[in-house]
Write a protein that binds this ligand. Structure first.
Ligand code: GTP
Ligand code: MG
Length: 170
């Protein structure tokens, strides 16, 4: 069983393609108020969590809220794919601006498992092309991820993601 140290007062950036299990992992380990989800804010601004045209507005809100929470020294988890290096970079900068550590948790389920889960999902309809694009984006940045300014980068396969425990560290 993997034990994952995460900063008690800091930022946790979940990283993983759609269907990798980010929201499931977040719900299992963190309070609902600790989790800031891009999908939830897409819903808030458009009435449709899947409306990609709402992405810009949704991330504006995500960043604002993360900033407010970090200023108060609250553990904050970003539930978004974060497969692009620039997206992770914005979050690392936000943590630095607030003088708190950021850690990444990469949900690294195999492509086959993710495709199968995606096929079975009823809450969302994900285009195979969109999924392939995310997998490509993530694989491109994978090797350099631990040089992006995170205090720790935890990479979990599907089994580990299901059994890992989170341990808060000062
Ligand atoms: P997006 O929000 O689309 O980016 O996906 P996500 O990464 O948040 O994935 P989510 O947590 O919604 O999980 C996708 C599907 O996989 C759901 O149907 C979950 O029930 C299933 N799933 C996620 N994690 C696990 C797990 O640890 N075990 C099993 N058996 N199923 C899981
Ligand atoms: Mg999700």
């Amino acid at each position: 069983q993997r034990v994952l140290p995460v900063p008690a007062m800091g930022l946790v950036v979940l990283v993983g393609v759609s269907g990798s299990g980010k929201s499931t992992f977040a719900a299992r380990h963190f309070l609902p108020t600790q989790v800031v989800s891009s999908d939830a804010y897409r819903g808030v601004v458009s009435d449709d969590e899947n409306d990609q045209s709402a992405t810009g507005d949704a991330f504006d809100l995500v960043h604002r809220i993360v900033g407010k929470r970090l200023r108060r020294g609250l553990l904050t988890v970003v539930d978004a794919t974060n497969v692009q290096r620039e997206d992770r970079g914005q979050l690392v900068r936000l943590a630095k601006e607030h003088d708190v550590p950021a850690s990444a948790i990469v949900l690294d389920a195999s492509d086959g498992l993710v495709r199968e889960r995606t096929r079975l999902r009823t809450d969302r309809d994900i285009e195979p092309d969109a999924l392939a694009r995310q997998q490509h984006d993530l694989s491109r940045g994978r090797a350099q991820l631990d040089k992006e300014g995170f205090r720790r980068v935890h990479v979990l396969d599907a089994d580990e993601a299901g059994t890992a425990v989170v341990e808060l560290e000062p």
